[in-house]
Design a binder for this molecule. Structure first.
Ligand code: ADP
Ligand code: MG
Length: 759
């Protein structure tokens, strides 16, 4: 009996051991790798068999439409597959414009290729590459050629020989597609194909255990992990591939949601300073603004005050376009906190706190922090409180009279209306003692050395994800955590917001303050360029300033890309000076310049010494230059709408009428139609939604910073999927916050989300 048990245990051990061996096997043990391949796999962070299985194809090549070269019909757009050779670039005979040339060959014949004006395409391939080309078969005096074909590099796999591709009469592989993997120097898509093929053949998948609960898979008709892994690498048809991708996309959003929902509950376990506002005082504070709050500002303020009156700390995100007035909302929230007069009862314990409450306000840049410091002095100077500024380059305090005891003197005394620079240690000391009511700063605010006595509210402006790790720093030893108000102007679709900000409640400022002049936006086709320059000249004559923004030029090589982007801004600045705006000063700002040089140029622009600033779109032109009222965006069709909207936001601060000229090179009606949305959309969020529906998730700018993979972004397109993931995650976490019943899932979340805070 005992022996029997031991044998059984041994068998179980063997099975388990086998699972571990299989999936956790190091790739270098399983495969013969050369140095370059090892380096490449390291770079892609692929170390084990499991890693490789989760390295999904970026797409599938559909060979069903491929034509034999000998059967191409002139005048039609067709696709061929073969080896490319004789690649070269030269200047075209007549126009002297750069062009690319080459030849493609399959078993049936060969055809010449010409890329008019796109010489760089010829440089993106090399002789001998197997490629799929799609272009117009064009007849000319010197013979038939394929004009400006789109290309796709294809490993000559799995059809290593053309015989299998063209067994009978040309188009024969209907529905047959094979995976294309992301390549990097040293490793090819073909290698991945073979390696994964080997893993699949060895039945490694038999040991895979699913981490997603069975009931969820069934409810949403998702394939099991084993099936999905097989289908994603070796789909029999489109449906299988799609089904597998759907599962992994769901899984990603589900994992993010689990983490966020966990964090949300976790933060709520803390105690908070329960704020009870004085309605009259709050109205009085709002009345001091030289404007009437918009309806959405009013609504947000109301919600925030309600949140801060609850038993647990607020976690709220305030979304609103640039200029929608987020600062006034934040200032009002801050006011309610500093105005808290009565001794406070902390929410859960009966802890008495008679001290004054504090606010931290974190801005993304020094300039913005300083600007906020100045505005807050305006908002709060009538109150007996101290305001501090802490940045990398120094500290300030308002009012300047340092001897002033909190709550005793009034600021009307001489000299009290000014701020003064103070030492960092002094400011930190006062903050620690609770004598600085509002501390404004950059990242310097969350350094360890900064300690608050009674931090009640934390305002975070434009930090894309102010994560739990950072938040934790604000939680006191006695578990009192500040109310959290995050603010952002980055326009993203609702599905994405629900996902990445899953731990926050959302408020939206979806209207612009009344009386604000709308930026006049025009879509300019190439034939209207000169006219437009004249309109711009008129503004320059009126003393206004102009931004000219250049698009990103997408290049495979990031270094080259940067160089090209810079080149276009520099070249255009020269051209404008020489041909168009001779009488004006033109400056250049790009990402390759040193920080000092950038600041110099910005300072000159701010002072008005530069009239026209040519900048690459990657450069943050974050400074407020109210006199800059015109923005020209070149190559606009290359941008997403939301991104264009954000660029345009740079001229919104002025009291003068602002103009945005969207220069589009493309003549396609569809492109122009899309760009016209910039004239009609109500706000950036609407444009982000449009980007998502018109061009897909890949168009949303800055996806990398949100830590979502391209596959995960597919879920973002699907509100139903996002809602399902959120619903299920919330349900599970509510019942089992630490995922004790789901150890495999917990492990998955741990590896998937970079920030992970389960016990
Ligand atoms: P953002 O949302 O970009 O942070 P700000 O808070 O800086 O916007 O506000 C932009 C400008 O609009 C500021 O000059 C501010 O005083 C002004 N403003 C804010 N709210 C209103 C309003 N309701 N009516 C008129 N002007 C407003
Ligand atoms: Mg702001």
């Amino acid at each position: 009996m005992c022996e029997n048990l031991i044998t059984r245990l041994w068998a179980i051990f063997l099975v388990c051991y086998n699972i571990l061996m299989e999936l956790s096997d190091k790739l270098e043990i399983k495969f013969r790798l050369d140095v370059n391949q090892k380096r490449a796999l390291n770079k892609l962070k692929l170390f084990s068999v499991a890693d490789l299985l989760f390295h999904f194809p970026v797409r599938y090549s559909d060979l069903s439409v491929v034509k034999k070269i000998s059967e191409l019909v002139p005048g039609e757009v067709q696709t061929v597959y073969g080896k490319i050779s004789k690649l070269k670039t030269k200047k075209s005979f007549r126009s002297r414009r750069p062009m690319g040339e080459g030849e493609i060959e399959d078993l049936s014949g060969k055809i010449k290729i010409i890329w008019w004006n796109q010489a760089y395409l010829a440089k993106m391939m090399k002789d001998g590459d197997s490629v799929k080309l799609t272009g117009k078969v064009t007849e000319s005096k010197s013979g038939t050629y394929l004009a400006n074909p789109e290309f796709e590099k294809i490993p000559n796999m799995p059809i290593d020989s053309h015989d299998t591709l063209f067994k009978k009469d040309g188009i024969e592989n209907t529905g047959f597609s094979f995976p294309i993997y992301h390549e990097t120097r040293g490793i090819t898509s073909k290698w991945f194909y073979h390696a994964i093929e080997k893993i699949l053949k060895e039945k490694t998948l038999d040991n895979v255990v699913d981490y997603i609960p069975q009931d969820i898979l069934e409810k949403y008709h998702l394939p099991t992990l084993k099936t999905a892994l097989f289908w994603i690498h070796k789909p029999k048809n489109d449906k299988d591939a799609e089904s597998a991708r759907k599962r992994f996309a769901f899984e990603e959003v589900f994992c993010i949601q689990l983490e966020r929902q966990h964090d949300k509950l976790e933060y709520r376990k803390n105690k908070s300073f329960k704020i009870t506002p004085d309605k009259k005082d709050t109205e009085g504070f709002l009345a001091r603004f030289p404007f009437k709050p918009t309806l959405s500002q009013d609504k947000s303020i109301k919600t925030i005050i309600e949140d801060m009156g609850k038993n647990y700390p607020m976690s709220r995100l305030l979304e609103g376009d640039v200029g929608s007035g987020k600062t006034a909302v934040a200032a009002t929230a801050a006011y309610v906190v500093v105005n808290q007069k009565k001794s406070l009862e902390s929410s859960r314990d009966n802890l008495q706190i008679s001290k004054n409450l504090q606010i931290a306000y974190m801005a993304p840049t020094e300039i913005l922090a300083t600007q906020h410091f100045e505005s807050f002095i305006e908002y709060f100077k009538h109150l007996p409180i101290n305001i501090g500024l802490i940045t990398g380059s120094g500290c300030r305090k308002f009012p300047s009279k340092s001897s002033q005891k909190f709550g005793t003197a009034s600021h009307s005394e001489a000299g009290a209306k000014e701020w003064t620079t103070i030492s960092r240690s002094q400011l930190l000391k006062w903050t620690n003692e609770g004598n600085i009511s509002i501390l404004i700063g950059t990242h310097a605010l969350i350094q360890k050395s900064v300690k608050f006595k009674n931090l009640a509210l934390c305002v975070i402006d434009e930090q894309h994800r102010f994560g739990t790790t950072q938040r934790r720093k604000f939680i006191r030893k006695d578990n009192i955590a500040p109310h959290l108000l995050s603010m952002t102007a980055t326009p993203i679709p609702r599905t994405l917001a629900l996902t990445i900000y899953g731990d926050l409640d959302l408020s939206l400022l979806d209207e612009m303050p009344l009386g604000r002049k709308k930026i006049i936006t025009e879509i300019i086709t190439p034939n209207k360029r000169i006219e437009t320059y004249e309109a711009v000249r008129q503004e320059l004559k009126n003393g206004r300033q102009v931004y000219v923004i250049f698009p990103r030029i997408f290049e495979a090589d990031p270094e080259k890309e940067l160089a090209l982007n810079v080149k276009s801004a520099v070249a255009e600045a020269k051209r404008l000076k020489k041909e168009v705006f001779q009488e004006y000063e033109i400056g250049v700002l790009h990402s390759k310049m040193s920080k000092i040089k950038k600041e110099e140029v910005m300072a000159e622009f701010t002072k008005g010494e530069i009239n026209i600033l040519c900048a690459t779109s990657v450069v943050e032109v974050g400074v407020n230059v109210p006199n800059a009222t015109v923005i020209i965006i070149e190559g606009a069709e290359r941008f997403g709408l939301a991104q264009l909207h954000q660029l345009r936001g740079r001229v919104i601060r002025s009291t003068h009428q602002a103009y945005c000229y969207i220069f589009a090179e493309a003549k396609s009606a569809k492109t122009i139609e899309r760009l016209k949305a910039l004239k009609t959309a109500k706000n950036g969020f609407e444009l982000a939604e449009l980007d998502l529906t018109l061009r897909g998730a890949g168009e949303l700018s800055g996806t990398k910073q949100w830590g979502i993979t391209d596959l995960g972004m597919e879920a973002i397109k699907n509100i139903k999927m996002v809602e399902a993931a959120r619903l299920e995650a919330t349900r599970i976490i509510a019942d089992d916050q630490e995922l004790k019943k789901y150890p495999l899932l917990k492990e998955k979340v741990r590896t998937k989300t970079s920030e992970f805070h389960f016990e």
